[in-house]
Every structure is written in structure tokens, then in C-alpha cells.
Design a protein around this ligand. Structure first.
Ligand code: SAH
Ligand code: SF4
Length: 395
């Protein structure tokens, strides 16, 4: 059951217990403690070594078996000889913005994906004071140069959804990431910045490359690893979807102790405009999406986020703001709106909204009693802002 071979590096690797030996290699990262225990039992070791391995690779963030000093030296040497590896994704390139944002190319198998570190967040999901779910759960990261941070994580290489304003769409879908590759992005960035879990205020947003709900099992597998093995709270995680209704329906069934917060990329005031921008709207209309969202049982004080990309002249008019206010109110959901001024990308023919249009839009929504936040563009100079991720090395 644990012997399935991987024939090509770009092939979809199943998660957790089914994580295969790669040729003669045995990769550990991506397996949970129970699966690691099973591997240990197979080589005649006590099952509690599984817990030790999980502690070493997810909490101590050790990337080499030789350095796992909780294992006897002879065992470490034997495992290495037999082709065992931690197999964690690694950062292969770093782009640094003038605003402190960092964009990473993270090697996952034969591909690279993109992950973004935003010290002090972007006023979207992190630290905007709107979450009311224990933002005091950590103290300032003293001496680290940041008080809180947000990490934007990718779920797929490319994306199949084809939103007309998004650079990632230009790649098409190349492949799904495994659970280990999704969680691994977080662990390598934690390692780089010396993040202390349980102490530092770090939020995760699954808003990088890809549509998480079209890679549902691996996405939730990653959440499980991050919660159960790394020790993070799902209330510090937000997953964004373009509106994949079956995915939202499954998400609604997840237990509260594993379920991240939900953000919906609304991006338009009505179906006519939305289906021009997001072809997926022909499959699942705004109303179908809202029906699915209403199935999610929100925690006390939790709110659903509606993301709204402001495209100059296309979605940023005063009448659009009034329509969005009506639409959001009609859902009856505890909700907030995150406005995102469109970030430009090569080959995309939209224009950025005027500052007055953005401010007018925000004012209209707020005037209608809707909690509205303006997301700060972070790292535009290194192509790290929303919708700009495209495995670009020519930033
Ligand atoms: N696929 C998921 C998550 C990744 S996209 C989704 O679409 O929700 C994360 C957010 O970036 C989405 O809200 C999307 O609408 C927004 N976005 C995409 N391209 C953008 C761009 N060029 N400028 C600003 N925001 C963009
Ligand atoms: Fe995919 Fe999200 Fe970009 Fe749409 S906005 S193409 S769903 S990554």
C-alpha cells in the first residue's frame, strides 16, 4: 500500500499515507505523524519514532535526516543509506521589494511555485482588526523587524479558471501541488524568518497561484498538516476561492477545528459583468455560490470575506458599489468586503482604477454599513502582488 512509484516528477503525488517511495527514495515531508509511525514500523522501529520524526520535520524544521538528533545515529545512517529523505520543498530564489515584501520561488518536484511573505500584512485578512478571533494570541515578534506577517501560499502550479484579469491564468493549469508541497511553502518561510509558532502573529492566506478548491484533498491535507503537525490555528488561515460550488459544499462539512476562514472572489456586482471577467460564473452563478456559502457554519464573530478587484471603468463605478452593497446585504451573511485595486500584468488589457474611484467605492460600501477594507498592494515592484504570480524570474 505504500509502494506506489512515481514515474515522473510532474505527476500528481498522492498525500499522506499514500505518499510514495520516489524510485528508491522515501520522502517524509507530507506524511502526518500516524503515517510516519507506519513507515517506522515497516522498518522494525517502534511506532513512537513517528512522533519524533513529525516533531523534527514540522516543528524543529529539520531538512536533513542526518540532523535529526533525536534518532540514534545508527538509525539515521541506515535510513539515509536506504534512500530516505526529508524531501521538503526549498526556496531557490528570493525577490525583495522596497516595501519589505519577499517573493520566493519554491522548488516542488520539477517545478517551482510562488510564495509571498508580507511583513505587517496587507490590511486584508491580517491585522485589520476585523477578525475578532484572538488577534491577541501572539505578541510582537521582538527583534525580528516585524510585528506580524502574512504568508500567501500557492495551491497549484498555474490555474485552470482563466479569470481575465489574473496573470496566473496565463499559465493554464500545469499540475496540482501535493499536501506536503503546500504545507512545505509555509515551513520553509517560517524557517527563513525564524517564526516561533504559538508566539508570533502570522496569518496564512491560500491566495497564491491556483484554485484551492480544484485541488481540494491536497489543500485540506495541507491544512491538516499545518494544524496537527506544525501547530497553527485554522482561524489564522483564510482560503480564497473563485466560487467552486462543490468545493464550498465540502468545505462546509469540515470540522471547526480544521476549517480555515473563507473568502470568495466576487469581483463583480452582477452575473453579467462577472461572467465576462470570470468564465467560471457561467457554471456557478453568484446566487449558486451564495447558497453554498450559507452552508458554512461560521464561528462566533467569524465573517466571510468577499474580495472585489477594482478594474478601472469596468467594476469600479459608483453604481457598481451600490449594487455590491445590495448584493452583500441580500446574502444575509456575516460578511466583510476586501477591495483590491487591480494590479497590472503584461498582456492583460485592463486599467488600474483611479484613486478617487477606489475611495468612492469604499465610502459607498461603508456608508451602507458594510465592513470594507482596502487591501494594500504589496510587492508590486517584484510582481508579488495579488494576481501577479506567474513563476516570473524576470521581475
Ligand atoms: N484562485 C483563488 C485564489 C487565488 S487568487 C481565487 O481566485 O480566489 C487571489 C485573489 O487575487 C482573488 O481574489 C483574485 O480575484 C485576486 N486577483 C487576481 N488577479 C488580480 C490582479 N491582477 N490584481 C488584483 N487582484 C487580483
Ligand atoms: Fe485562478 Fe484565482 Fe487567478 Fe482566477 S483569480 S485565474 S481562480 S488564481
Amino acid at each position: 500500500m505504500l509502494t506506489q512509484a512515481v514515474t515522473g516528477e510532474s505527476q500528481l503525488v498522492p498525500l499522506d499515507a499514500k505518499r510514495p517511495a520516489c524510485g528508491s527514495r522515501t520522502l517524509l515531508f507530507g506524511l502526518n505523524a500516524a503515517a510516519l509511525a507506519a513507515r517506522m514500523a515497516e522498518v522494525g522501529e517502534p511506532v513512537w519514532r513517528g512522533k519524533q520524526l513529525a516533531e523534527a520535520i514540522y516543528r524543529q524544521r529539520i531538512a536533513e535526516i542526518n540532523e535529526i538528533t533525536t534518532l540514534p545515529k545508527a538509525l539515521r545512517e541506515r535510513l539515509v543509506t536506504e534512500g530516505w529523505e526529508v524531501g521538503r520543498p526549498g526556496i531557490v530564489q528570493v525577490f525583495q521589494s522596497v516595501d519589505g515584501t519577499e517573493r520566493y520561488l519554491v522548488k516542488a518536484g520539477a517545478e517551482t511555485v510562488e510564495t509571498v511573505w508580507m511583513p505587517e500584512g496587507d490590511d486584508g485578512e491580517a491585522g485589520d482588526g476585523s477578525d475578532g478571533d484572538g488577534d491577541n494570541a501572539g505578541v510582537a515578534a521582538e527583534g525580528k523587524g516585524w510585528n506580524r506577517a502574512t504568508i500567501c501560499v500557492s495551491s497549484q502550479v498555474g490555474c485552470a479558471v482563466n479569470c481575465q484579469f489574473c496573470l496566473t491564468a496565463k499559465l493554464g493549469l500545469q499540475r496540482n501541488l501535493t499536501a506536503g508541497e503546500i504545507a512545505g511553502q509555509v515551513v520553509v518561510v517560517f524557517e527563513r524568518h525564524g517564526v516561533e509558532v504559538g508566539r508570533d502573529r502570522v496569518n496564512l492566506v491560500f491566495m497564491g497561484m491556483g484554485e484551492p478548491f480544484l485541488n481540494y484533498d491536497n489543500f485540506m491535507g495541507a491544512v491538516r498538516l499545518l494544524v496537527e503537525e506544525v501547530g497553527l490555528s485554522p482561524q489564522r488561515m483564510t482560503v480564497s476561492t473563485s466560487g467552486i460550488v462543490p468545493g464550498i459544499e465540502r468545505f462546509a462539512l469540515e470540522p471547526a477545528e480544521l476549517r480555515p476562514k473563507l473568502a470568495i472572489s466576487l469581483n463583480a456586482p452582477n452575473d453579467v459583468i462577472r461572467q465576462e471577467l470570470m468564465p467560471i460564473n457561467r457554471k456557478w452563478s453568484i446566487e449558486a455560490v451564495m447558497d453554498a456559502v450559507r452552508l458554512v457554519k461560521l464561528r462566533p464573530r467569524e465573517r466571510v470575506t468577499f474580495e472585489y478587484v477594482l478594474l478601472g471603468g469596468v467594476t469600479d463605478r459608483p453604481e457598481h458599489a451600490a449594487e455590491v452593497a445590495r448584493l452583500v446585504r441580500r446574502t444575509g451573511l456575516a460578511a466583510k468586503v476586501n477591495l483590491i485595486a487591480w494590479n497590472p500584468g503584461p498582456g492583460i488589457e485592463y486599467t488600474m482604477p483611479q484613486a478617487e474611484a477606489v475611495e468612492g467605492f469604499r465610502r459607498t460600501l461603508a456608508g451602507e454599513g458594510i465592513s470594507t477594507y482596502l487591501r494594500r498592494p504589496r510587492g508590486r515592484d517584484i510582481f508579488a502582488a495579488c494576481g501577479q504570480l506567474k513563476r516570473t524570474i524576470e521581475a
